[in-house]
Design a binder for this molecule. Sequence first.
Ligand code: NAD
Ligand code: UDX
Length: 467
Amino acid sequence: MKKIERICCIGAGYVGGPTMAVIAQKNPQIHVTVVDINEARIAAWNNADLSKLPIYEPGLDEVVAEARGRNLFFDTNVDKAIDEADMIFISVNTPTKTYGKGKGMAADLKYIELCARQIARVAKTDKIVVEKSTLPVRTAQAIKRILDQTGNGVSYQILSNPEFLAEGTAIQDLMNPDRVLIGGEESDAGREAIEALASVYGAWVPQERILRTNVWSSELSKLTANAFLAQRVSSINAISELCEASGADVNEVARAIGTDSRIGSKFLKASVGFGGSCFQKDILNLVYIAKTYGLDEVADYWEQVIIMNDFQKRRFAERIITTLFNTVNDKKIAFLGWAFKKDTNDTRESAAIYVANDLMEEEAQIHVFDPKVTEQQMLTDLDYLNTRSSGANRKHLTVHQDPYTTLENAHGIAVLTEWDEFKTYDWQRIYDKMQKPAFVFDGRNILDRKQLEEIGFEVYSIGKGSL
Ligand code: NAD
Ligand code: UDX
């Protein structure tokens, strides 16, 4: 079996960075170089101050501290790292297409193709190329065709090794994965490549948790896993509206159904809607693939998960407006949280962006506090929607460094992210300084509703009966 000595990972993002840091930590004998065209990102990965790493993940700083400079390196020289490596991970972004055929649905594979062409141009020795990015089923075929065209005598094996980590728990997920999935060609060379990658993970993952499949099953399993997970959130969110209408409590319903071992208790938290860079993108991609094969019923089934999620975000904003006497014009609405979930600084597709946008359409003044998200990021998120000029976005958004100034004089407070610290605030002090009636809209069901009501707040919690 081929022993891997040098790894290159193209893409130093939320997946490439933490994944390679853990691989390097657990395999001190392997030289791991993570490369990116984004110079600022690489500089941040190399920052001596570990609190300035480009992404925030609990525990990441310790792993980087141990491996960086020993056998883990971050660099902008992509050619050199490709040339020297015997295994190359492709971990670049695969966003939803914003133009042309498949616009708004298909995955944009231009960065993947650029990587394949760069590998084809640079490689002088045999390589194992690993798809770490989430890709449409059969992408490996396209990568192989590009690589095999060069005719320079280099032979390639393409593996699919999708990543299942969730942000906020990335290090924990990488250290103790439910499974590692490796798909490869059904040939001797393919099996040898699979085992080479399995031995890298084998440094800390028990062999029985390393699943080997064909390439297409592996590619499709990643899209399917995200679709199933997102579907659970949309399902419980659909029930949350029914709870509000009927007087049932969504937390009690989730507990009651979750104790059935066939259903399971995880991923049943009703919320203001799921966000993150993966769920929506991957389901849209699945829908597009199904349509491409002419499977309209399959496509429609999965599309409903997105439709429900969009509705949940809109419904939350509408509830704020109707509760505040049908107008939020010039009213101060304070947001607790902007990230798409706690323990991350990532805001991609965060529900907060859409709720803020809807409220700004009604001329509300949005004031935000998030422990990890910068003002620049929030403004970029709003500008990206293209609903109004960036000047208008700036007029309607104020970002605070302190939660109490954020909430002072607010007409309503909306909890958009489930950061633990929000539960520990002095809610009496907050109440005393708010406009009355003082409204709280808990989009994550994290606050103690009874305690808030005793203080005097009027509380709306997702799936718990109306105000
Ligand atoms: P990201 O945007 O954080 O990082 C991607 C990086 O790739 C960027 O820094 C970009 O500059 C770099 N890049 C793009 N083209 C390049 C090129 N030609 N050469 C060098 N660098 C290049 O993205 P991410 O969140 O890390 O996601 C990467 C992939 O992993 C996606 O396919 C995503 O669907 C998948 N994934 C993400 C998560 C997650 O939680 N974020 C989890 C599982 C899988
Ligand atoms: C997801 C998948 O979980 C992970 O396996 C995959 O590799 C990448 O996509 P991520 O998006 O980082 O991970 O976070 P996740 O914990 O899945 O949460 C996604 C969204 O769903 C968040 O906005 C979260 O708040 C929301 N969510 C999750 C709920 O609203 N309710 C739940 O019960 C669970």
